[in-house]
Design a protein around this ligand. Structure first.
Ligand SMILES: NC(=O)C1=CN([C@@H]2O[C@H](COP(=O)(O)OP(=O)(O)OC[C@H]3O[C@@H](n4cnc5c(N)ncnc54)[C@H](O)[C@@H]3O)[C@@H](O)[C@H]2O)C=CC1
Ligand SMILES: Cc1ncc(C=O)c(C(=O)O)c1O
Length: 310
């Protein structure tokens, strides 16, 4: 049974811990914050119920054990894989990776769930860069089945194979990113979309809620069935040639973050986690939305996987 340590139990950690334990791994869950550990403990049964709805059942040998840790050396002792999952700030990742690296065995793989910091940069912070790789999950990690695998300049081929096989072994889908570009692929695409969406709302072209309806029921719904490259063929490359010929030059190409976002983050309006961001949320609404989104994502995934016929 594979032994894995997850370092950081914020938005992403609990779902990753639960998903890997369901796949039979022994999972050590570490955070420096007692509140994060307490929250993760509360979330595990709720996440387990969602995994049940996805028909992700424990192996015949049973679900892997989960243990919680406040001592880093204890958390990573003897594990095969450590997944760094701390905030997306390179100085925090440097401190954590420099702390983890000397504590693990020579054959242990260290992976980072960074959203897009180049893996080659993070490799500088570990003792053995050959055994360091990007493993980028998507939120919510217990529901979204795709994980990007990103080798850095020094990552050994066998480590890329190990991570890809580990992901497949969980019944998930590894996607290899061949060049270590910032944001990898998923977030380059997402952030191109988000930049345009924020700009359209900033410019008063559309209200936020109408934009959400337009994107979710238009391209969002369609793209879950037909990928962008296949969509080009469905629309016709001549159409893309014509439209992109006049539209590309008009799209937002701002290199900085929109003032509307920067003023909100400066005021502590970070979204659901602070009760308001673009929209406002009560604690009851946050619970409702969490349940509703999980239910719809589960139902959609079951249909897309062919488990349920509509
Ligand atoms: N939020 C998202 O939608 C996604 C985030 N990611 C990436 O995953 C990583 C984690 O993101 P989130 O879970 O959103 O962050 P978060 O800020 O919600 O949670 C980070 C956790 O790390 C803990 N932490 C901080 N310093 C630590 C340290 N020195 N040692 C151990 N734990 C420490 C915090 O207490 C917190 O519980 C980031 O690199 C992020 O870019 C990847 C995919 C999606
Ligand atoms: C806004 C945003 N940024 C990063 C990520 C993942 O790295 C996600 C996600 O949903 O996975 C996201 O929504």
């Amino acid at each position: 049974m594979l032994k894995v340590a997850v370092i950081g139990l914020g938005t992403m950690g609990p779902g990753m811990v639960a998903r890997m334990a369901r796949g039979g791994f022994e999972v050590r869950a570490f955070d420096t914050s007692d509140a994060a550990i307490d929250r993760a403990r509360v979330m595990l049964p709720q996440i387990g119920a969602v995994l049940d709805q996805l028909s992700i059942t424990p192996l015949a040998s049973g679900e892997g054990a989960i243990s919680f840790h406040r001592d880093l050396a204890e958390a990573v002792a003897g594990v095969d894989l450590v997944i760094e999952n701390v905030p997306e700030r390179i100085e925090v990742k440097e401190e954590v990776l420099r702390a983890i690296s000397p504590l693990v065995a020579g054959d242990c793989v260290i992976a980072s769930d960074t959203s897009g910091i180049p893996i080659t940069k993070l490799q500088a912070f570990v003792v053995n860069p050959r055994r360091f790789v990007g493993m980028h999950w998507s939120n919510p990690p217990h529901i979204i089945p795709m994980i990007e695998v990103i080798p850095g300049a020094a990552t050994a081929a066998e480590v890329v194979s190990f991570i890809s096989e580990t992901i497949k072994g969980l019944g998930l889908i590894p996607v290899l990113v061949k060049k270590d570009v910032p944001g990898f692929v998923e977030n380059r695409v997402l952030y191109a979309l988000l930049r345009e969406c924020v700009d359209l709302v900033d410019q008063g072209v559309i209200d936020a809620d109408a934009l959400d309806t337009c994107v979710s029921w238009g391209i969002g719904y369609k793209l879950s069935v037909i990928g962008p490259m296949a969509l080009l063929d469905m629309a016709g490359l001549d159409i893309y040639q014509s439209v992109s010929g006049y539209l590309n030059a008009d799209l937002c190409n701002a290199a900085t973050v929109s003032d509307a976002i920067t003023s909100r983050t400066a005021a502590g309006r970070l979204g659901m986690k602070t009760g308001g961001g673009i929209y406002d949320y009560t604690p009851e609404r946050i619970k409702e939305l969490g349940a509703e989104r999980a239910r719809k994502l589960v139902a959609t995934r079951r249909v897309l996987e062919g488990r349920d016929t509509p």
